[in-house]
Design a protein around this ligand. Structure first.
Ligand code: ATP
Ligand code: MG
Length: 440
C-alpha cells in the first residue's frame, strides 16, 4: 500500500478523553473513530488488525474441530423468554420493537438462539459431539463504556457452543477450548493466564477466564508467578493430553477477585505470589443443561431415553484484543505490533520523494517486499523526515526501511526494528532478505 493512496488520519494531539495507552494510540494512529459512546468506526488500519486477530482465532478454532457458522445480530425475544433470561439480563440488553410490535433484541450472546437451532435438528447421541462457532458483533449497553474498544457497547466476539451427551463428554469439549485458547493468545504474542472465574449471567459450574496482565486492566487477579511464562502447549491431539494440559495449568493458584481465596494464596511461597491487574480476553463456561432443560433440547441416549444435551460456551473478545495487544506492547512513541497481527509487515520511508535515486530504490523495495508477501506500507508522501519517522513509530510496524539519497550514494538503506529500536545499515537486497527471514 502506498501511503499517498491510503486513508490514515493520524492525529498530532492526544484526545483528551483517552486515558490509557491503547485508546490513545488507536485514536492517534487512525485505527478507529468513536461514533457514539462505545460504538466505533473501524478505519482501514484498525480493521486490518481486527481481521488478522479474527483469522488467528478462526484457525485455532478450526484446529480443534470447531465448525464455523454465522448467526444474526438481531434475535427474537422468544428464545430468551423460554430460558428466563429475557428478564434476568436487565438493562444491558438492547431491546428493539419492529413495525409489527414483535420484540427483538441485539444479541449480547447466543446460547438461547443456538440451543433453539440445535433442538430443531439433532435427536440422537449418535450425532454428537457438536462444536459450532461464529465471529459476530454483539451489543451490550454497558453502564460505563470506556477505554476505547476494550469496553465497547458494540464489540466483536468469537463465541463457540459445544453439545455433548454427558458431563464427561462435555469436559472433553471444554478441554479442547482450554488448549485452543492458550495457543490462540500465544500466537498474538500475548501471555494469557487461565483463572478460575465466576460464571456470571451465563451460568454453570465450571469456568475459566483468560487474562493478560496489564496495569490498566479492569480485573483484579491473583496467581502463581510461574503461570505467566508457561509456553503454549501447541498441538495436543488426544483427550488425555488435553486433560494433562488442563491439570498442569490449573494445579497452580490463579483466580479473579470474585473467586479469590486469600488463605490459599497466602500459602504460596512469598516470591511466587503475584497480585496484579488483568484484561479479560476470553471466558469459557461449562453449564450442562442450563439452557437445554428449559428449552427441552434433548437427544436420545444409548439407553433409548431422552437426555438434555450438555453444553458449554466459549468466548473470545476479538475487538477487545486489539486494545489488549497494544496495552501489552507499546512504548512512549506508539504501538509495537507483534508480527502476527501487524497491519503491514514493514514500512518504507522515502526521505526525499522526487529524488530519482530515492524514488527508484523505494519502488524496487516496494515491489520486491510485496512479491515476498511482506505487505509493505510505502510512505511516499512529501512530508518532512521527522514527521515520517514519528508517524511510522506511532503505527508500530515491526520493521522500517529508511531510504535517502545520502545512504544510497554508499549503496545502503537503514533498517530499524521497531521493538528494540536497533538500526542497521545494509544494501536494499540485504534489507529484503533480513525482513523475509524475520517473518519465516
Ligand atoms: P466483562 O467481565 O469484561 O464485562 P464478560 O464476562 O461480561 O466481560 P463474556 O460474556 O465472558 O464477558 O464475553 C466473552 C468475552 O467478550 C470477554 O472475555 C471479553 O473479552 C469480551 N467482552 C465482553 N464484554 C465486552 C465489551 N463490553 N467490550 C469488548 N469486549 C467485551
Ligand atoms: Mg466473562
Amino acid at each position: 500500500m502506498r501511503l499517498s493512496q491510503y486513508f490514515l488520519p493520524v492525529l498530532k494531539e492526544t484526545p483528551a478523553d483517552a486515558t490509557i495507552a491503547s485508546h490513545r494510540f488507536m485514536l492517534r494512529a487512525g485505527m478507529v473513530k468513536q461514533d457514539s459512546a462505545g460504538i466505533y468506526i473501524w478505519l482501514p488500519l484498525g480493521y486490518k488488525v481486527l481481521r488478522k486477530i479474527e483469522q488467528i482465532v478462526r484457525e485455532e478454532q478450526n484446529k480443534i474441530g470447531a465448525v464455523e457458522m454465522l448467526m444474526p445480530t438481531i434475535q427474537s425475544a422468544n428464545h430468551w423468554k423460554e430460558t428466563g433470561r429475557y428478564d434476568a439480563y436487565g438493562p444491558e440488553m438492547l431491546r428493539i420493537t419492529d413495525r409489527g410490535d414483535r420484540e427483538l433484541l441485539y444479541g449480547p450472546t447466543n446460547e438461547d438462539m443456538i440451543t433453539d437451532m440445535f433442538r430443531s435438528y439433532v435427536r440422537s447421541y449418535k450425532d454428537l459431539p457438536q462444536n459450532l462457532y461464529h465471529i459476530q458483533w454483539k451489543f451490550r449497553d454497558e453502564r460505563r463504556p470506556r477505554f476505547g474498544v476494550m469496553r465497547g457497547r458494540e464489540f466483536l466476539m468469537k463465541d463457540a457452543y459445544s453439545f455433548d451427551i454427558s458431563p464427561e463428554a462435555a469436559r472433553v469439549s471444554y478441554n479442547k477450548h482450554f488448549v485452543a485458547y492458550l495457543n490462540t493468545y500465544a500466537r498474538m504474542g500475548l501471555k494469557a493466564v487461565p483463572m478460575r472465574a465466576d460464571t456470571g449471567p451465563i451460568g454453570g459450574d465450571l469456568s475459566h477466564e483468560f487474562l493478560i496482565l496489564a496495569e490498566t486492566g479492569e480485573s483484579e487477579v491473583f496467581c502463581h508467578k510461574d503461570l505467566v511464562d508457561m509456553p503454549p502447549p501447541g498441538v495436543v491431539d488426544t483427550d488425555a493430553g488435553r486433560q494433562a494440559v488442563f491439570d498442569e495449568r490449573t494445579a497452580l493458584y490463579a483466580a479473579t477477585d470474585e473467586m479469590h481465596d486469600a488463605e490459599a494464596f497466602a500459602k504460596l511461597p512469598a516470591d511466587k505470589q503475584l497480585s496484579a491487574r488483568g484484561i479479560e480476553v476470553g471466558h469459557i463456561f461449562y453449564f450442562g443443561d442450563k439452557y437445554s432443560k428449559p428449552m427441552n433440547a434433548v437427544v436420545a441416549g444409548p439407553d433409548g431415553k431422552d437426555h438434555p444435551v450438555m453444553m458449554g460456551s466459549y468466548g473470545v473478545g476479538v475487538s477487545r484484543l486489539v486494545g489488549g495487544i497494544i496495552e501489552a506492547s507499546h512504548d512512549d512513541d506508539g504501538i509495537i505490533w507483534p508480527k502476527a497481527v501487524a497491519p503491514f509487515g514493514a514500512g518504507i520511508i522515502n526521505l526525499k520523494t522526487g529524488d530519482e535515486a530515492a524514488d527508484a530504490a523505494c519502488e524496487d523495495l516496494y515491489a520486491k517486499l510485496t512479491a515476498a508477501g511482506i505487505d509493505p506500507l510505502y510512505d511516499d508522501k512529501d512530508d518532512r523526515g521527522g514527521q515520517k519517522f514519528a508517524r511510522m513509530d506511532l503505527i508500530g510496524l515491526p520493521y522500517q526501511i529508511v531510504v535517502g539519497p545520502r545512504g544510497l550514494k554508499n549503496g545502503v538503506v537503514e533498517v530499524k526494528t521497531r521493538a528494540t529500536g536497533e538500526k542497521q545499515e545494509m544494501t536494499p537486497d540485504a534489507a529484503i532478505a533480513f525482513i523475509m527471514a524475520e517473518f519465516e
